[in-house]
Structures are given as C-alpha cells and as structure tokens.
Design a protein around this ligand. Structure first.
Ligand SMILES: NC(=O)c1ccc[n+]([C@@H]2O[C@H](COP(=O)([O-])OP(=O)(O)OC[C@H]3O[C@@H](n4cnc5c(N)ncnc54)[C@H](O)[C@@H]3O)[C@@H](O)[C@H]2O)c1
Length: 422
C-alpha cells in the first residue's frame, strides 16, 4: 500500500518480509493480542499522540499496532543505531501506516535527527528504552514539556537516568517505570537477555561455548540470565561484581567470582551487563589473552572502554560481520562484537517474542493507566501498578495453558493470622 506517512526507513520494498515476521512474532504474543482486541473495541487512547523510541523489532511492531488499535497516533524511532530491523521499519510504514524513523547502522547524527523527528510529532505520551526522547524533550524542546501527560520507560538504565532527574527536581512530567514490573525484569532482562545475548555472540562468531571461560560483568537481572545460559552451553562462568550481596549470590549459584583485573587475564569471552561505564578498562584490555572476545549487553556502548581499545591497537580490521579485530602492539588480537553495543539486538534479533509479550503488555496497560490517572500523577517515577503486573502474570500463564492452585479459605485465614501457629 502506498503510504503518505512521514518516514525515514531503509527501503520500503522490504515491507513484505517485515509483515511476515511481525505476524510470526504476534503468534507468540497472546497477551498483547488480547489487549489489542480490547483496545480496538474500547479506544482508550483515542486521539492521543505517542512518540515511541524503542528497538525497532517485530515485537515492537506489535506494540505499535496495539497502541494504534487503541486510537493513538503513533510515531516510532530507534532507541539504538544498530538494533533496527529494516524490514520491520518498512512494514510498519507501508502495511500498518505508522510513521517510523530508523535505519540499521545509522550514524550518531541521524540517530538524533530521528529522535527529533519523533518529537516533532508533538507527543502527549512518550515511550522510551533508555530515556532518549525524554532527554531531548528536557534539553532541546522544553517548550513541549507542558503537552506531555506521561512517559513510559522500558529499561534499567533509563529508569536510573529518570530517577536521577526526579531527585534533582528536573523531571517535568510523570513517568511509569515499566522495567520495574516483575512481569518485565524477571523474564525479559533475565531469560530474554540471557538467551538472546548468547544467540548474538554465536551468530557473530560461531564460537563454541563448551570449555570456554566466559566472564560476565554484573550479576543483576541481565547478568544472571547470561551466566545461566552460558553455563548451560558448557562454559566455565566467572562473575565480576561491585555489590557484595550480588557477588555472594553468584558464588552460591555456583560461579567463580573475582575482580575484573583477575578475570581479564583468564577469560576467553567477556560480556558486560552492568549499566555502568568502563567496566572493562584500558588496564584490563592490556592483560587479555590473544583471541579474547569482548561484547556488551548493557544499554549503552560505554561499558567497554572502546576509545582505550582503539588507542591500544596498532591495527584494526573487520574480521567478520559484527566482529572487529584489534591487533595490539605485541601482536595479540582482541575481538569486539557489534561495536560494543547491545550484542543481543545488534548481532541477533533481541528477545524472543514470548518474553516481549509481557514487557509490551506492561507498556500498553501502563499507557492506558497514565491516560486514566493523568490528573493525579505528579512529576515522579512511578512503578507499574501491582494489579496490572499480576494480571499480566495471570494472563500469561493462562495463554501458556498452565493452571495453578488457589488458596482455600482456611489457608488464606491461616496465612493472615498471627495467632494460628500450628
Ligand atoms: N540487552 C538487553 O536487551 C537488555 C535488556 C534489559 C536490560 N538491559 C540493560 O542491561 C543493563 C543491566 O540491567 P539489569 O536489569 O541487569 O540491572 P541490575 O541493576 O539488575 O544489575 C546491574 C548489576 O551490575 C553491577 N555493577 C555495576 N557496576 C559494576 C562494575 N563496575 N563491575 C561489575 N558489576 C557492576 C551492579 O552491582 C548490579 O548488580 C542496563 O544497562 C539495562 O538497561 C539490556
């Protein structure tokens, strides 16, 4: 179909493949599908302009379709220069009549031009994965801040940035931290990132995990998932941490725990998952073995000190698609995957749809909640209401054909009492 929608995508002729893949993902997203059907009937977002900045994947496409079905006027841009699936971007414009500004591999200037194009939509609601739209609104488009009812934030790093803004009194509208929903981070960050990160590393390198020393920096929700899946592939997993509680947990989960300065000397594959900066720094790079592979699955490409890696290298070349080889002065070669950006979504397809079903059900229902409760929300970061979170868990189990027990009246009374000890 010929589109009149504003857009900047790679090639509209890719749309048919994008449509096939979006529909494939949709089959794994029954909770979101049910919400879409209800939204179509009830129109809870009727007339609201939404600017979304998310990874442009098949799952995101189904979220955009859901918001549109609910009556919203939606524009989408990429939340990472490397994560866009060009066929999906084309399909959204051509088949689903949604404006998209995203091209895989876009340079930094284009990336920000695309965010500005999304902000030109004059949103009343924002949806971020890393707080970039909110960042642009607060820095360059302050005159639009008054139009915004609320924002939604998808990831840990975005929530950290927004809580810092709230603490400084700088946040100009309410934000719902979708990442904080248990049906988001317990599953998306852990199992989604766990599987897709391994997938990204393997697609980029075709390396065998069995017998390798695999270093995971950070044992949060994502790090736990990556460590678990790497162990499942036969790797010897080493965890580095700065938080004693998390380090202890990693140790008792059966992993080796040590500082990055020690892990750097023995690791074959390194994966950062911290949301922190320069976790792998120049001195660590200097002590790595010939052939070491470095990648990141945290939100920004700052976890590995890439400028230091470049300055230590005598020579660089592309060894494979998504693999850059750095030859150091003494001849050792190190391999950086996907420019140090989220490897799971740059070199693979990101989280499987069955997991994103829950994350994006949270996004859709949090958006509806924000519209319904706009008058009572302050300029703060709010969690997703527990009722929404629990309802998504219930629906997910139901769509998976799993039923669970219910408390009997006697059990409910027993659990609520303080004097019924035996
Ligand atoms: N790749 C993806 O698709 C994906 C999905 C979800 C989240 N994320 C991103 O992954 C990052 C981590 O998210 P999370 O939910 O696991 O966060 P988290 O807060 O649960 O865990 C981060 C962990 O890193 C540790 N850490 C911080 N600095 C460190 C350092 N210098 N060395 C070692 N450990 C350090 C912290 O102590 C913490 O335990 C964030 O940037 C988040 O936005 C990526």
């Amino acid at each position: 179909m010929a589109t009149t929608r504003r857009h900047d995508v790679k090639d509209l002729s890719l749309a048919p493949e994008g449509v096939r893949r979006i529909r494939w993902a949709d089959r794994q997203m029954p909770v979101l599908t049910a919400i879409r059907e209800r939204f179509a009937a009830e129109q809870p977002l009727n007339g609201y302009r939404v600017s979304a900045c998310l990874h442009v994947t098949t799952e995101t496409a189904n979220l955009m379709r859901t918001l549109k079905a609910g009556g919203a006027d939606v524009v989408l841009c990429a939340s990472n220069p490397l994560s866009t699936q060009d066929d999906v971007a084309a399909a959204l414009v051509d088949e689903f009549d949604i404006s998209v500004f995203a091209i895989k591999g876009e340079d930094n200037d284009t990336y920000y031009q695309h965010i500005e194009a999304a902000v030109d939509h004059k949103p009343q609601l924002t949806m971020d994965d890393g707080a970039d739209v909110i960042g642009v609104l607060h820095s360059m488009r302050r005159e639009q801040l008054g139009d915004i009812i609320a924002g939604m934030e998808e990831t840990t790093t975005g929530v950290i940035r927004l809580k810092a803004m709230e603490a400084d009194g700088a946040l100009a509208f309410p934000v719902i931290a979708v990442n904080e929903a248990r049906t988001k981070h317990l599953f998306d960050n852990r199992y989604g990132t766990g599987q897709s990160t391994i997938d990204g590393i393997i697609r980029a390198t075709n390396v065998l995990f069995a017998g390798k020393r695999f270093v995971v920096a950070g044992y949060g929700w994502t790090g736990r998932g990556v460590a678990l899946r790497a162990r499942g592939m036969g790797a010897h997993v080493i965890v580095t941490e700065v938080d004693p509680m998390r380090a202890l947990e990693a140790l008792m989960d059966g992993y080796e725990v040590m500082p990055i300065s020690e892990a750097a000397r023995v690791g074959d594959i390194f994966c950062t998952a911290t949301g922190d900066k320069h976790v792998i720094d120049a001195q660590h790079i200097e002590s790595m073995k010939d052939g070491a592979i470095l990648c990141n699955t945290g939100h920004f490409n700052v976890e590995i000190n890439i400028p230091a890696l470049r300055s230590l290298a005598a020579e660089t070349r592309e060894a494979r698609h998504f693999v850059e080889e750095f030859t150091l002065a003494d001849g050792r070669r190190l391999y950086l995957l996907a420019e140090g950006r989220l490897v799971n979504i740059s070199a693979a397809e990101g989280h499987p749809a069955i997991v994103m079903d829950m994350s994006f059900a949270n996004q859709a229902l949090a958006t509806e909640y924000a519209v319904q409760h706009a008058a009572s929300l302050e300029h703060k970061v709010y969690p997703v209401p527990t009722e929404i979170d629990e309802e998504i868990a219930r629906l997910k189990l139901e769509t998976m054909g799993v039923s669970i027990d219910r408390l009997t009246a006697e059990q409910a009374k027993y659990l609520a009492s303080w004097d019924e000890g035996t």
